[in-house]
Design a protein around this ligand. Sequence first.
Ligand code: PLP
Length: 376
Amino acid sequence: MRLETLAIHAGGEADAATGALTPPIHLATTFRHGPAAERVAGYEYQREGDPTNDRLRAAIAALEGAETALTFASGMAAIAALLESLPAGARILVPDDCYTGLRILAAEFLPGRGIEVVTVDMTDLTAVRNACNGGIALIWAETPSNPLLAVSDIAALAAIAREHDALLVCDNTFASPVLQQPLALGADVVMHSTTKYFGGHSDVLGGALAFARAGTDTLFERVAHRLHITGATLAPFSAWLTLRGCRSLPARMTMHCANARRVAEFLSAQPQVERVHYPGLDTHPGHAVAARQMRDFGGMLSIELRGGRDTALGLAGAVRLFTNATSLGGCESLIEHRASVEGERPVSPPGLLRLSVGLEHIEDLIDDLRQGLTGT
Ligand code: PLP
């Protein structure tokens, strides 16, 4: 089955008890045992799994071409569960441009667990190869990256990881499985903040890991065990909302991409804008790799304004349709001054705004940016 069909049907079998077409939300925290204290239908306690999360896991695994998937209370919970399942002494590579939560986890929490973190430009394969010398357990890719939309070559990173007997994990949040399928390119695990495009409506937090292999005594088993014990589980209602988001994900992504491309082209032509970071532009340094590994270029872009912080804050405050807010992947367009939400030690350029281009009419979005830039 093709992706658009899977998005609608995976994890969507009609309810066996009632025939209801939309999946029921099972809120039960505990499930009745059989006479020998066995699990009657495979469930025991919600922290260890529930039917609504299982439907979502099946859908995400199907969309990513994974053998199995786990769901979490947030994207960060998924990232932490995976990285904290590595043995003490593990050395890992993370990208220099990546979601700020991963950067802070790597700087403040992982070293205390005995995990050595090396930061590298993931778009520079020579730098990655050099950083792997001395042994490496895991390479973390985020492509396109947040917030600079850097594109790293998943197949090439997978080859490097294999040479070193290391795992390749890819944060696929910006692309979604509709645009990019890292497991098919050789990655071992795909990570999502399902809060973004999967949920799609800015109303549900969640995270997921999709594993190429389940097996026994594997990373999947260690992470699943960690999730059961540490309990960063996704609530069933959140799982249900996210599953509902899956159904329209391919259709939404098509329009996000079309709108973002037009916004990127418009902004590239504006004198106030110094730089547009959008992999769909042929001036983007990662355009060729993105064109090879992505079906389209996504709904996210960032821009750097001449005049720095004040000009950027000025535009974020002057637009009326774009909302000045963090996060991404919802139906509504958002714009944010990234450095302002990066905590005590921001790394984004001061004049950088990140845009999550939504599903409004494109001419309304462009009119809004024009009036924000020129006051007309
Ligand atoms: N990865 C990326 C690329 C993100 O943009 C985010 C959040 O913005 C996360 C991970 C973390 O996800 P969450 O906010 O669901 O914990």
